[in-house]
Structures are given as C-alpha cells and as structure tokens.
Design a protein around this ligand. Sequence first.
Ligand code: SF4
Length: 701
Amino acid sequence: TCPSGALEDLTVLARGVPTEWTKTICSYCGTGCEVNVGTRDGKITTIRPSEGPSNHGHTCVKGRYAFDYVYAEERITSPMIRREGQWVDVSWDEVISYISTRLKAIIAKDGPDSIGVLSSARGTNEENFVAQKFARVVLGTNNIDCCARVCHSPTAAAMKMTLGTGAATNSLDEIAIAQTILVCGANPTDGHPVTGARIKQAARHGANLIIVDPRVIELNDFATIHLQLHPGTNVVLFNAMGAAIVEEGLVDEEFLRTRITEFEEYKKFIADFAPEKAELICGVPAAKIRAAARMYATAKPALSVHGLGMTEHIQGTEGIMALVNLALLTGNIGKPGTGINPLRGQNNVQGAPHMGCEPKLLAGYIPIEEARAQVESMWHVPIPTHPGLNMIDMLAAATEGKLKAMWAIGYDIVMTNPNTHETRRAMDQLDLVIVQDLFLNATAREFGDVFLPAASSFEKDGTFMNGERRIQRVRGAAKPQGLARSDWEIVCAVAKAMGHGGNFAYRTAEEIWNEVRSLWPEGAGISYARLDAVGGLQWPCLDEGAPGTPILHVDEFTHGKTTALRRIEFVPPPHLLSKEFPFLLTTGRNLYQYNAATQTSRTPNNGLYRTDFLQICPVDASRLGLEAGEIVRLSSEQGSVELPVQISDHVKSGEVYTTFHNTRVFLNQITTSQRDRYTKTPEYKVTAVNIAKLSPQPASA
Ligand code: SF4
C-alpha cells in the first residue's frame, strides 16, 4: 500500500473506493492470513492485509488479489436438478424436498451405509461439524470424510500415534528464532507464500536452512544444504540422518533419559541405514546427510516444516514418523523454535477432520468410542457403530455397486482424485450425486444429479483453524450471490426435511461453534467473543481464562510423559522405471494458482499462470529433441495428458515435474492409484511416465 496515497490499487480503481471494511481470513492456504475486505454497495472492491497473529500485516498475490471468482459469470447461484440430461433451476423448497425423498428411498432400500458424505476444507469448522453430524444423525452412517484424505491425513495419523496430537507442535512466529530450519517436501514460497517469506527472512538473518526436495526450489537460494533425494525415499533419508545422529553421539541425552523409550531397539535397527548405505538408495551423498544431521542436532533450536512431498507417498505416514524420530533424538520438541510443523494446504484443512469429518473420529479428533457417551447424551441419537468408509474406500464401494449416493460439499472429486479413469468408473455407478459448490465443477458436469449453490467464505460467518492450530473468525463481508446459502444452512435444511429438525435448529454459526466447544475440551475456552477481542487462539485452550497454547509437548506428550522411537522399514515405491516409462514425475503448486484452480482460474491471477508446464532438465530435453514451449504427450500406465515443456535445471536427469492446476491439462488422468499404507492418501508424488513429442515446432505456451 502506497504510504503517500499517490498510487492506488488497481482493484480499487476498477471497482471503487470501499465504504466498509470487514476483518476475516484468507480463503486459500493454511497459513491463515487475516485480511480486511473492502466493500462498496455490498460488493467486494479490494482486499488489504491485516495485522493478524499469523501474518502480521502480510498477504500474498492469492490472498490479496484473487477474489473475483465471487462474481464470476459461471458462478451458479440457483439450486438445480438435472432432468433428462438438462440442468433445471428449481427453488430451495423443491431441491430440499427432492434430496430428502431420494436419500430416504436409498436408505430404505440399501441401508444408511450406501450413502457417503464428503466435506471440505473450503468450509468453516461449523459447516464441517454440521456435515459429520448430518451423516451420523440423519443418515445413520460413519461414511464421512474430507479433502484431508488427499493431503495431510498421514501427518495427523503419524503425529497422533507418536506424539498424541495430530497437529503442528509449534507456531509460525517461532520460525524467526530457529537456528536451523528443515524444509521437507514443501515449496513454501509458492504454496504458503507468507510462511515462505518468513523462512527466507530467518535464513537472511543467519538461520541454517536445509532443503529436502527432489527439485531445486526458490528457497534453495537461501539454503545451507540441499538434500536432493530421489522421489519416494524420504524414509531412507530420515533414517540415515537418525543413524548419523546416533553413531556420532549427537543424541540429546537428557531428553532421551526423561522422554524417550525403545532407544536401544531403535539404535540396533537404525545401524542398517548408515548414510553411506542410504546414499545408494536415496541418491544423496553420505557427507551431505551427515552434515545435515549434525546441523539439525547441534545448531539448536531446530524446527522442521513439511508439505505434501512428505505425505503423498505409499509411506507417507511412516515418513512423518521417521521425521518425528529426528526431533525426539535431538530434543527438538516442546521448546520454542523447534518441533514438527506441517504446512497445511487449505485454509481449513486442519479444521475439517478435526470437526469429525473422518470416519473413525468425532469433533476434537476424538475416537468415536471415547466420545460416544457424551455425544449421544447431547444429541439423543445413537452414533452408528458400523465402521465408516473414507473417501478412497467410498469410491471403491461405488465401483462394487455398494455405495449408491454421494454428497460432495466443496470438493471436486473428479478433478482432484488421482487416476481419473478409475474415479470416473466409480462415480458412474452412483444413483445419486449431490454437488454443493460455487461452480459447476467437473464432478457436477459429468455426474451431478443435484447442484446446491454455496456461499463463498466472504459471504458467511464461522471460524477456520489454520496450520498452527489457531482458530480465527471468518466474517461475511458481502451478501451471498443470488440464492446461494452457507453450507451449514443447506445441510440443516435437508436434516429438517428428513425429520431431524431438533438437532439442526441452529440460527447462527456461533450456536454451532458453542456446541463444538461443549464436546471438545481442548477448544472449550475459545468463544466468539474472545476471538473478536484477540483475533485468534491456538488450542488447547481449556477455559475462557486460558491464553491458548503456542507450543505442545513441553513437559509431556499428549498421551503421556514419554514416547517411543519408531523403527520404520523402507518400502520402495512400486513404480520401477521401465523402458516404456523411463521418467519419474513429481507434482507441486504454483504461486499464482491454487489446487484445482476452481477459484484462482476465475481471477486475474489466471493471466499470471495460464497452464501447467512439464519441467525437464536440459540434458533430457536435448536427448529427446525438445524445445521450450513445445507441447508433449506425458503418459503413464493410467493415461496421458498434453502440456508444454519448460526446460529447467531445477530437476535432475530422469525426473520431471509439473503443477496440477489446469483443467485443460487435467494431470490426474495420469497419477497413480497407489496409497499410503496407513491412511490411503494417494501417492501423487511418484508416477513413472513417458514423454512423447507431438509437434515439430515450439508452440506458444
Ligand atoms: S499466504 Fe496463504 S493465507 Fe496468506 S494470503 Fe497467501 S494464500 Fe492466503
């Protein structure tokens, strides 16, 4: 913002000077930047950064400028039912009655477990809470899941198992005090730009920066060590760092004595992963592995951040456990500037499963059997006892003809899930597909029977939970477009039509939040009044006098005083390179676009990044006779896509990289069906591919 006022933001010049300002939270990544939304005549004209606790007056190009999707021409603002192949506008009364009748009929014929509900990180905590309550109370099934399944479920599972809480151990502010920062499988300057800027700043001020990534990323310019491993070998690398720490006597003896068990077993196991041996598998020179291990163990406090390059693997959960081992061995946990800190991808992807959008868990990430009595006494309805299906299993059940209906709230299944052909086969089997979104997404276009127009996060109230466990208020700055409604209002209307009005009689988002607080002890102290006063609180926050908890596991872990080191065997990715598929493909995000680009592709950001590119190194490009901008066909066992080439020395020979934002490229047509062994999160990060020339001349990209 120009301090003298001589320069004005283009958004204001184009749309007018705002007459009202509303403080809310960015609708994109899990950094959770607080923003001020300027409106004029009820419409958003500009967005400015706010002095929020997670962003301190900063935003990125997405948070500040990518809001025009709210007013996009393609936005659907009326409920619709597909009749004889055509979408027809209908009233809310008609669509609610239609859904109620169809769901009741499916339950009567095939049982409650023949229906699945997918909720979303695009929704607030309150909306996710209502979605899981609807599945359990109204439908009578635990078939409820959310988009965390395709990103950080392995993080939550691994950290819950090892530390007792499946969330970041420390806070973003502590990046500034860490002496060593380990960035694992994340590209923060593109994916989480405000956090990325803080990491850059810390490195500029002298922090050691260790990058663990198959590719060179922007942060490499500031890095001390780059551990450029082969895709899919995280477990080997972290085990090798553990082996070096043990062998070189760098273990934190006091922490070991008071907080860790099974060290002798770990020591015996890890000897097999000496860096000199690991080098042959992960491709990182042993000397570099040892140097990184020494730095992490001695230049303290050391903090790690990680992204989907850690989780989206067949050993996603185990990779995180191997990383946790390093923090435990070196005592880099429970203290300022330390810990294991997942960079959560979407604004509320920490909150969605935490509100119970997980087949085995209720609000507060509490296993169903632990919370059953309390929840049933409040709802006066039994929680289903039959185990629920996660999203991956729901699609498998659909393929087998066992799942008959799916309600997808803010989640484009077809565009987002890997191996699109397999996804389409599953969706094709469903009798009823309800899509609740802002746009007629690929799932709605191809398989939708009912479309429910949802309000955007600028048009509703509630809370989001960011990646550092901070609950922050979302406030409606503008009225919903057309007939669009908040997700929770839509779900509650269907619940009432299906005879459960008493349990869904909320008048405001705050009433829902108060029910969440009454069921989740660690959130009990976080009221709307406090959030309005202080701007955001980190759980655990047990009562309204508590300040919140920036650092977990200070004196003990959530599940007790000590925890065990885990012995993680390496399982090689099954995609062995072949003559037919000689390259390994990894994927990631770009600064200007966001995930399936449902929002950003309908904003000026689209002009800054119009297509996904295939990054290939100069040696491989020359060997294949490829030129920059040339369109190639990228094929895997699953299918093929076409996209332009970008020649870059950021990738190694034999490995290629692309983003996954563009609907025209539709990258998930070639990603694999391999899954994490614990959580079934897809292995988006390792696909064996072939590259074929299409055009003899370079094409304009
Ligand atoms: S860093 Fe993330 S939360 Fe902050 S403005 Fe950018 S996209 Fe939004």
